[in-house]
Design a protein around this ligand. Structure first.
Ligand SMILES: [Zn+2]
Length: 276
């Protein structure tokens, strides 16, 4: 029985071997390199924003094809359950292209992480997008210290350290601007959590078999801003320190090149337009 890491590496290798140029066939997207997958998402969002969405692969033919041949999603999207954040629409994608996990506040805990592991390890997706969005109710609830029931309290727990970090980095800031900073910090948090909770994913990311990128969806303009170049990856060998550890801390793991450029690139202090 191959180790999980070997399975990931094998999946990545097979994916690379089976991948075709994106332009050659829009269907042959399984295992496509993460950078190419990112281009597909950016192009789709551009169409969505400009009102030129093509709504492709949403017909009976595609339904049949994916039912008979299985799913080969080219990207994994972890995003919020917010009804204003529909991934297939905002990336102008069809059936079988996106492996989507939606949960209030786009948190990455056991169920979400396991689902991502399935997408990478079994379906061959190599790009993981953690997509936060403006005016997120879950993050806002934590910022405002809203009283919630026990289930919701458990759900938003991972958001708490993100809000604390946003407060720390933006002293004196409150209200909407603080929520905006916390939303970005919460994307970082999920990226850190998914690596901390899954040595398989952390290993796949560290070895370049998978890539994780944060993004912010503007529910008004429809635009997705990809937060590339940060945050710093979390060492997958890091001791479990719960949700109180800043995700940007290196935990002494060997830093990747990006880690040097990453510290606190976002969430930036709200006075610094670092991500716009
Ligand atoms: Zn939300």
């Amino acid at each position: 029985m191959p180790s999980p890491l070997r399975r990931f590496l094998l999946a990545g290798l097979l994916g690379a071997l089976s991948s075709l140029p994106v332009a050659a066939s829009p269907h042959a997207t399984n295992g496509i390199p993460p950078d190419d997958a990112l281009i597909l998402l950016k192009d789709g969002n551009r169409r969505f924003v400009s009102g030129t969405a093509i709504h492709f692969q949403q017909d009976a033919k595609r339904r049949r094809e994916t039912a008979n041949n299985g799913q080969k999603p080219f990207a994994i999207i972890l995003t919020c359950a917010d009804s204003r954040v529909p991934p297939e629409l905002l990336f102008d994608q069809g059936i079988g292209s996106l492996f989507v996990i939606r949960v209030a506040g786009n948190v990455a805990q056991t169920d979400e992480v396991a689902t991502i592991e399935y997408g990478v390890g079994h379906l061959g997706s190599r790009l993981i997008v953690v997509l936060g969005h403006t005016k997120c109710g879950a993050v806002t609830a934590v910022v405002e210290g809203a009283h919630v029931g026990p289930n919701l309290a458990q759900l938003v727990k991972p958001i708490v350290p993100a809000v604390a970090r946003a407060q720390e980095q933006n002293p004196g800031v409150s209200g909407g601007p603080l929520v905006a900073a916390a939303i970005l910090a919460n994307v970082d948090q999920a990226i850190a959590d998914l690596q901390q909770l899954s040595p398989d994913l952390a290993g796949a990311i560290a070895h370049g078999q998978a890539r994780v990128v944060g993004a912010l969806y503007d529910i008004e303009s429809g635009a997705v801003e990809f937060l590339e170049g940060s945050p710093a990856p979390v060492g997958h060998a890091a001791p479990s320190s719960g949700h109180t550890a800043p995700p940007s801390a290196s935990h002494g793991a060997a830093p990747r090149p990006e880690a040097h450029a990453a510290p606190a690139a976002h969430p930036a202090p709200v006075s610094t337009p670092a991500h716009h």
